[in-house]
Design a binder for this molecule. Structure first.
Ligand SMILES: Nc1ncnc2c1ncn2[C@@H]1O[C@H](COP(=O)(O)OP(=O)(O)OP(=O)(O)O)[C@@H](O)[C@H]1O
Ligand SMILES: [Mg+2]
Length: 321
């Protein structure tokens, strides 16, 4: 089988502001349907890199291809209509209603108004902003979390295959942030899209990324699946970047299949109402299941015995060596 060609191909990209090199000779690809998360400290060049992809910023050197075409061959406005974009400050148009904001790009693309209205209603409802109530409101009448949901709906409205998101959950309190992020993850159509998402939140990166690009001073420090960066950091910078949240992140990347060899044998048999988890589930998911439900133990699919929380944590510790 021929592997799907990358949707985004960046080669030797460089951007300077005066003497400062903000994006320093970056080369990478993003595959169709992949979610790439750009992570790194404030000022490391994440927003600048993202904005070069849809030509809001013109680079000093290097090339960017999207769907096999050099972005410079396309008019910036046309390019941008084909790419969903959520900016760091949400940026809704203040004099348009919520529904009109969501419909801006489909309108520019000449889609039939009835189709756009139906799509707007569908998206707002799915993002927990009932269209009947929120559609006619102005952005200023919405909370920060509601505005960010509208920003997401707007980026998705024209159903673009590529979506760029710059801190789409920034400026939210932690509880709202978790809720908006869950709504985002549960949007099925995002799984089919090629997504480049900027965050400086490590947990968010691990939750959403197929691969993480960790940047510092305009250079890639490491690019790979979250577990690679965590378990095999390429440098002290990478290691120290995840240090503060190491345990919580390890719980997310280690699977039940990996801890299974360290679980005790000869446990009591599970009953019919014992929750069952697949071996591909993470230790984090298993703990979440135990905390949420009434059950004090679970079993692995195809395994007869119960596993308690304490046994799971002990085996997790051993699996990490
Ligand atoms: N228009 C500009 N003119 C001059 N310098 C700029 C400009 N835009 C960005 N910079 C500089 O480029 C560097 C990278 O900025 P950028 O906005 O890409 O960072 P970032 O990684 O997105 O940071 P944050 O996490 O704070 O959003 C910063 O040092 C910033 O001061
Ligand atoms: Mg930024």
């Amino acid at each position: 089988m021929i592997p799907p060609s990358p949707v985004i191909r960046v080669s030797h990209l460089t951007k300077r502001f005066g003497a400062q090199v903000v994006v320093d000779d970056l080369s990478f690809e993003v595959a169709a349907g992949e979610t790439l998360v750009l992570l790194g400290p404030s000022g490391c060049g994440k927003t600048t890199l993202l904005k070069t992809l849809n030509r809001l910023i013109e680079p000093n050197g290097g090339t960017i291809e999207i769907n096999g075409r050099d972005v410079r061959q396309q008019k910036p406005e046309e390019l941008r209509r084909g790419i969903g974009y959520v900016i760091q400050q949400v940026g809704l148009l203040p004099h348009l209603t919520v529904a009109q904001n969501v419909g801006v790009v489909p309108g520019l693309l000449g889609r039939p108004p009835a189709e756009t209205a139906a799509r707007t209603t569908e998206l707002l409802n799915r993002l927990h902003l009932p269209a009947e109530r929120f559609g006619p409101m102005l952005p200023a009448e919405l909370s920060g979390g509601q505005q960010q949901r509208v920003g997401l709906a707007r980026a998705l409205a024209a159903d673009p295959p590529v979506i760029l998101l710059d801190e789409p959950f920034g400026a939210l309190d932690p509880i709202t942030r978790t809720a908006v992020r869950r709504d985002f993850r549960e949007l099925d159509e995002l799984r089919r899209k090629t997504v480049v998402l900027v965050t400086h939140d490590v947990t968010e990166a691990f939750e959403l990324a197929d691969r993480i690009m960790l940047l510092d001073k305009g250079k890639i420090q490491q690019l790979g699946p979250p577990r690679e960066l965590l378990l095999h950091p390429a440098s002290d910078f990478v290691r120290s970047f995840f240090q503060a949240e190491q345990l919580a992140l390890q719980l997310r990347v280690v699977t039940l299949a990996e801890v299974q060899p360290f679980l005790p044998q000869g446990q009591p048999a599970a009953s019919a109402d014992t929750p069952t988890l697949p071996p591909t589930a993470s230790v984090h998911e298993a703990l979440g299941q135990l905390d949420a439900g009434a059950a004090s133990a679970f079993r692995l699919a195809d395994q007869p015995q119960v596993i308690t929380r304490g046994q799971l944590l002990a085996a997790f510790g051993q699996a990490l060596g």
